[in-house]
Design a protein around this ligand. Structure first.
Ligand code: ADP
Ligand code: UDP
Length: 237
């Protein structure tokens, strides 16, 4: 069998149902637009588990997602979508490319969340774009953009509160949305929510509990993800 798609961190497989996919989490990690690569035992299992628990929580709170059910350690069944080629980034605290772009010190707390958009294109390095670019590039309609903004802010409120219970600060994160194949007028949250695409800092120690450990060679990446999973499980119970 060949996957429908093989990405940097996941594979997508067809199922008997044309409206459903199997999404497999790999152990591969990449950073800096794929320039830095490595593989970590258990990464696929940890991200699958964390993401599925978070999607289950978001669904319960009324956020429509692609999540159907966890199949096994590294596989999840999801509703097939046409991914909007817009990555939605929400920032609560200055870090990463925001600091590079502005010179602002890491750790500055914003008065309100910042939402930014980037064009999902590995070739171009996911450049920053805005609503006007998105309209003219026909990546999403203005109505869909209004929906993405309100959905991203709602997810931010729910996730920030949940991670705070877990003793973690949600610094920033990336979301992807898609139009359901079964009904393209419906947009749902797709892809994954895991420490690969969220910055999470320990509330007490400030320790990085996310992919920055890999980006910055801080070590103990899987130990941090395991700790995040443990806290997520504990606080959902
Ligand atoms: P990348 O494509 O950036 O290398 P991944 O390795 O995570 O990233 O690949 C997963 C791919 O699957 C991404 O391109 C993502 O947009 C896409 N995807 C996520 N959820 C769905 C879904 N429900 N239906 C269709 N595609 C999806
Ligand atoms: N992010 C992501 N995928 C991307 C770009 C960003 O998951 O292609 C996440 C990243 O993990 C961080 C947030 O989005 O939690 C903001 O990332 P930033 O723009 O600061 O990018 P960096 O250059 O630090 O990856």
């Amino acid at each position: 069998m060949t996957p429908l798609y093989e990405g940097k961190a996941k594979r997508l497989w067809a199922t008997e149902d044309p409206f459903t996919l199997r999404m497999e989490f790999k152990n591969d990690a990449t950073a800096f637009n794929g320039e830095k690569k490595a593989s970590f035992e258990n990464k696929g299992r940890l991200n699958n588990a964390i993401s599925n628990l978070i999607y289950g929580m978001l669904e319960k709170e009324g956020v429509p997602t692609h999540f159907v059910r966890q199949i096994d350690d590294t596989n999840v069944e999801v509703r097939k979508v046409t991914i909007l080629m817009v990555e939605v980034i929400v920032r609560n605290i200055a870090a990463g490319s925001f600091c590079k772009r502005t010179g602002m010190a890491e750790g500055h707390e914003f008065s309100q969340p910042i939402i930014e958009f980037s064009y999902k294109s590995d070739e171009l390095g996911d450049p920053l774009i805005n609503d006007d670019y998105i309209r003219e590039m026909k990546l999403a309609t203005p109505e869909e953009m209004a929906h993405l903004r309100s959905a991203a802010l709602k997810v931010n409120e729910l996730l920030s509160a949940f991670f705070a219970k877990c003793g973690l600060r949600l610094v920033d994160f990336k979301l992807e949305f898609g139009r359901l194949l079964s009904d393209p007028s419906v947009i749902v949250l797709a892809d994954e929510i895991s420490p690969d695409g969220c910055r999470l800092w320990d509330l007490k120690t400030g320790e990085r509990m996310d992919k920055d450990r890999f980006r910055r060679d801080l070590g103990n990446l899987m130990e941090a993800y395991e700790e995040v999973l443990g806290r997520v499980k504990q606080n959902l119970a």
